[in-house]
Design a protein around this ligand. Structure first.
Ligand SMILES: *Cc1c(COP(=O)(O)O)cnc(C)c1O
Length: 355
């Protein structure tokens, strides 16, 4: 079990909202725990974060987050096993990526101790909100943004680091139909696609709405230069199974380095699934769909773990994926969640015990 080194001050909520939470009917990320973590960056340094009651934030109208979008986030989960023990999954990788995103958006680096000790203190305080039901978890949202004021288009001089948490049910969207996007781009060479920067998601909403109007659930992003290679599935990394081989695109400026993606790559070999990390062209996927060698496609990310794709649209044609008996997607999801919920050994050292 991990012990805190940083003293995190706690201001407790006067009353708890725990009795208002319907643990049998949890949506995703819409009710919040009693407390949140807040740290301030001012005068050139981060102050030690504090735990306070979950509440609105007061900001200046000129706060730079509103005008210039200096804003990043992370997505993590806390899992409770049958004995009530609480675990995170590879949280130090989230901290590292948070700082990679921060650097790209000119937001100051958050020390590992502030992130880890603040987060674990918050989880220990609000542990009653962590669902125990299989598939449910506490969704954790660390975020940082420019709170400093001024209309000048330059990096702010003050920032907030915060963590808020939401008990969440199993994220199950059913099988989705996706549209291969050939006009809009999520990211570009030299851009910010590899960062979990707020604006990346705002930019996805409109093309996704257009796809939804055409009857699809989600967009498959392709490279911005020629829309020739598939890169991500909505806000998830993408895997394609051709024959027995699992293929995913290499990370780059344009593709987010997902923790689920890299965990799948590491596990797949042990599950007897050959993998390849290489560019996947749209024409290869279409050809494989036509000749029957395209077996599966799925998105991979913390929220859903894996999100199977039932079929895809490309230009004016639709292609269906086969219904398999024992798909890779199901086996991979089980292998990862068994580690997350402490139902299996963790030979990779990914589980991180909080309490
Ligand atoms: C967060 C995210 C992912 C998945 O990352 P995980 O660490 O697996 O949750 C993939 N693509 C995009 C664009 C993302 O924002």
């Amino acid at each position: 079990m991990q012990t805190n080194v940083t003293h995190i001050a706690i201001e407790r909520a006067e009353t708890s909202k725990i009795n208002e939470v319907d643990f049998d009917n949890l949506a995703f990320g819409s009710v919040f725990t009693d407390h949140m973590l807040v740290g301030n960056y001012r005068n050139g340094a981060w102050e030690t974060p504090k735990i306070v009651p979950y509440q609105p934030i007061v900001l200046e109208p000129s706060a730079k987050i509103f005008h210039y979008g200096q804003s990043i986030f992370e997505g993590m989960k806390a899992y409770k096993d049958k004995k009530g023990q609480v675990f995170l999954f590879r949280p130090l990788d989230n901290h590292k990526r948070f700082n990679i995103s921060a650097a790209r958006m000119c937001i100051p680096q958050i020390p590992e101790a502030h992130f880890m000790d603040g987060l674990t203190a918050l989880l220990r305080l609000d542990h009653a909100f962590i669902p125990q039901k299989e598939g449910s978890s506490l969704y954790i949202r660390p975020f940082m943004f420019a709170s400093g004021k001024g209309f000048h288009a330059s990096p702010a001089d003050a920032y907030k680091f915060m963590v808020a948490c939401a008990p969440s049910g199993a994220y199950f969207s059913g099988k989705v139909r996706v549209l291969i996007e050939e006009k809009y781009s999520r990211s570009a060479n030299g851009g910010v696609g590899f960062a979990k920067a707020g604006g990346n998601y705002a930019g996805q909403f409109y093309p996704t709405e257009l796809a939804v109007k055409k009857g699809y659930n989600q967009v498959i992003w392709t490279d911005d230069t020629h829309h020739e290679f598939i890169e991500e599935a909505g806000a998830m990394n993408i895997f394609v199974r051709i024959g027995d081989t699992l293929v995913t695109a290499p990370t780059s400026d344009r593709i987010l380095d997902g923790i689920t993606r890299k965990s799948i790559l590491q596990m797949a070999e042990d599950l007897g699934m050959p993998t390849e990390v290489r560019k996947i062209s749209v024409s290869e996927v279409v050809k494989a769909a036509q000749d029957g060698s395209l077996k599966e496609m799925f998105g991979a990310g913390t929220a859903a773990v894996v999100s199977p794709i039932a079929g895809f649209g490309h230009r004016d044609r639709d292609y269906d994926l086969p219904e398999l008996q024992d798909p890779y997607a199901t086996r991979i999801k089980k292998a990862i969640t068994d580690i997350q919920y402490n139902l299996a050994d963790d030979p990779y050292g990914w589980r991180y015990q909080v309490m």
